[in-house]
Design a protein around this ligand. Structure first.
Ligand SMILES: Cc1cc2nc3c(=O)[nH]c(=O)nc-3n(C[C@H](O)[C@H](O)[C@H](O)COP(=O)(O)OP(=O)(O)OC[C@H]3O[C@@H](n4cnc5c(N)ncnc54)[C@H](O)[C@@H]3O)c2cc1C
Length: 380
C-alpha cells in the first residue's frame, strides 16, 4: 500500500465508522441497507474510485476498490452490497458504449442508482451456460423472459445486468448481457427478500422477467453473444475481491478475539494464558499472514494486468476456506459468548459461510486450477 492508499483507507474507515457502524443492527433487522446510505457513500467517493473522473470517479486503479471493502470490513460490516454494485461499474467501464457510460455511470458513482448483477437462476448457478432466461430480438428491442435467484441488491437495484440467452442453440456464444432499468421495465417484478444464514442486512432476491421489453441499445457492448466471454474476463478480479474481504475479515476476527481472551478469566488466569489459546491464535495469525502475502501478490498482478484466472481461483478458495477455519477457532476461544449476537465474532461466523459459495464455489475454483494443471502450457 502506498501513502495514497493509506490516506484513502483512513478516510473510508472514518466514513464507515460515522455513517455505517451505528446502523448495522437496524439494517440487519430491516433486511436491507437504507437507500440514503448509497448516496452518502457516493458523496464520500467510495462508489467507483476506479471509474474515470469525467463520470465522477477518481480515475484510480482497482486496488482502491479493494480498500473500500477492507475499510467496510474493519468497521464491522459485511452486509452493504457495494461489491455487486462495483462489479456492474466495471462491466460498464470495460464493455459499455460511450453513451451507456454517459447514461448510467454518473448515477452509479453518486449512489443515485444502485446496481445488481443477475446470473444465477433457480435451476442453475455454477453451470452458467445452462441459464434459461431468454432475450429475444423484436424489432429494435429485446424481450426478456425468465427468472433469476439469490441476487444481491435485488430489492433495491435500479439497474440490473441480466445474463440472458440471445441464441439458445449457441452454447457459450449464445449468451449476452442486457441492462434492465427497473423503473422502465413493465413485466419486471421482484420476489421476496430471501431469509438466509448470515448477511442479514444484505438484500438477496429472486427476480422475475415476463415479456420485459428493453431497447436494443441496452445490450452491453455492441455485439450479441459476447456475454460469456465478458463474464469470464471479469470473474478473476471479482474473485480476488472476495479473497481480499476474507483476508480483511480474518484480521478483524483475530483482533477481536485477542481483546476478548486477554480480559476473560478462567481458573484464576486470563484465557490468553492457556497454552491452547496461545497456540490456536499463533496458528490463526500465521494462516492470516500467509494468506495476505498471496492475496497481496495477486493484487499487484491484477493492477499490472497479469492476474490469471487460476491464481484468482487459488486466492478465492484459499482465503475463504482459511477465513472459515479461523473464524471457527476464534469463536471457540470465546466460549458461550461466541454464540451471542452481541459479540462481533457471532456475526462473523454467520456471515462468513457464504464466501465459499458465492462468486463461484470452492469446488469450481479447484476445477479451474486443476484444468490449468492439466493443459500443456499450464493455462486453461
Ligand atoms: C448470499 C448470496 C448472494 C448471491 N449473490 C448473487 C448475485 O448477486 N448474482 C448472482 O448471479 N448470483 C448470486 N449468488 C449465487 C451464487 O453465485 C451461487 O449460489 C453459486 O454460484 C453456486 O451456484 P448454485 O447455488 O446454483 O449451486 P450449484 O451450482 O447447484 O452447486 C451445488 C453443489 O455442486 C457443486 N458443483 C457444481 N458443479 C460442479 C463441478 N463441475 N464439479 C464439482 N462440483 C460441482 C457445487 O460446488 C456445490 O457444492 C448469491 C448467492 C448467495 C448465497
Amino acid at each position: 500500500m502506498t501513502e495514497e492508499h493509506h490516506l484513502f483507507a483512513e478516510s473510508a474507515f472514518q466514513f464507515f465508522e460515522a455513517e455505517l457502524r451505528p446502523h448495522i443492527d437496524a439494517w440487519r433487522q430491516a433486511g436491507v441497507v437504507e437507500r440514503d446510505f448509497w448516496r452518502k457513500a457516493g458523496g464520500a467517493g467510495l462508489l467507483g474510485p476506479a471509474m474515470p473522473e469525467q463520470f465522477g470517479g477518481a480515475g484510480a486503479d482497482v486496488s482502491f476498490d479493494a480498500i473500500v471493502g477492507m475499510a467496510q470490513t474493519r468497521a464491522g460490516d459485511a452486509n452493504w452490497g457495494w461489491s455487486a454494485h462495483n462489479i456492474v461499474l466495471h462491466y460498464l467501464l470495460a464493455y459499455g458504449t460511450q453513451s451507456q457510460q454517459e447514461q448510467w455511470m454518473p448515477g452509479l458513482v453518486s449512489g443515485d442508482l444502485v446496481a445488481a448483477i443477475a446470473m444465477t437462476e433457480p435451476d442453475t448457478g455454477s453451470d452458467l451456460q445452462a441459464i434459461k432466461t431468454r432475450a429475444q430480438r423484436d424489432g429494435r428491442d429485446y424481450v426478456i423472459n425468465g427468472s433469476k435467484l439469490y441476487i444481491t441488491n435485488g430489492q433495491t437495484a435500479d439497474l440490473i445486468v441480466v445474463v440472458c440467452k440471445t441464441d439458445p442453440s449457441g452454447g457459450a456464444r449464445g449468451v449476452s448481457l442486457l441492462v434492465v432499468e427497473a423503473d422502465a421495465a413493465p413485466g419486471f417484478t421482484r420476489g421476496r427478500n430471501l431469509r438466509k444464514l448470515g448477511l442479514d442486512g444484505a438484500d438477496t432476491s429472486e427476480l422475475f422477467f415476463s415479456e420485459v421489453r428493453v431497447p436494443g441499445r441496452n445490450l452491453l457492448g455492441e455485439e450479441e453473444g459476447r456475454g460469456f466471454v465478458q463474464l469470464m474476463s471479469q470473474l478473476p478480479w471479482e474473485r480476488l475481491m472476495l479473497a481480499v474481504l476474507a483476508d480483511a475479515s480474518m484480521e478483524s476476527v483475530i483482533e477481536d478475539t485477542l481483546a476478548f481472551v486477554k480480559q476473560r478469566r478462567a481458573f484464576g488466569q486470563r484465557v490468553m494464558d492457556f497454552q491452547n489459546t496461545r497456540f490456536k491464535l499463533a496458528e490463526c495469525r500465521t494462516r492470516h499472514n500467509v494468506t495476505r502475502a498471496f492475496v497481496d501478490n495477486c493484487m499487484v498482478a491484477l493492477v499490472q494486468g497479469e492476474l490469471t484466472a487460476e491464481e484468482a481461483a487459488q486466492a478465492k478458495w484459499w482465503a475463504c476456506r482459511t477465513f472459515n477455519r479461523v473464524v471457527d477457532e476464534c469463536l471457540q476461544l470465546h466460549g458461550g459468548a461466541g454464540l451471542m449476537l452481541e459479540y462481533p465474532i457471532a456475526h462473523h461466523y454467520r456471515d462468513s459461510r457464504f464466501a465459499r459459495i458465492v462468486g463461484g464455489t470452492e469446488e469450481i475454483m479447484k476445477e479451474i486450477i486443476a484444468r490449468s494443471m492439466d493443459s500443456d502450457d499450464g493455462h486453461p
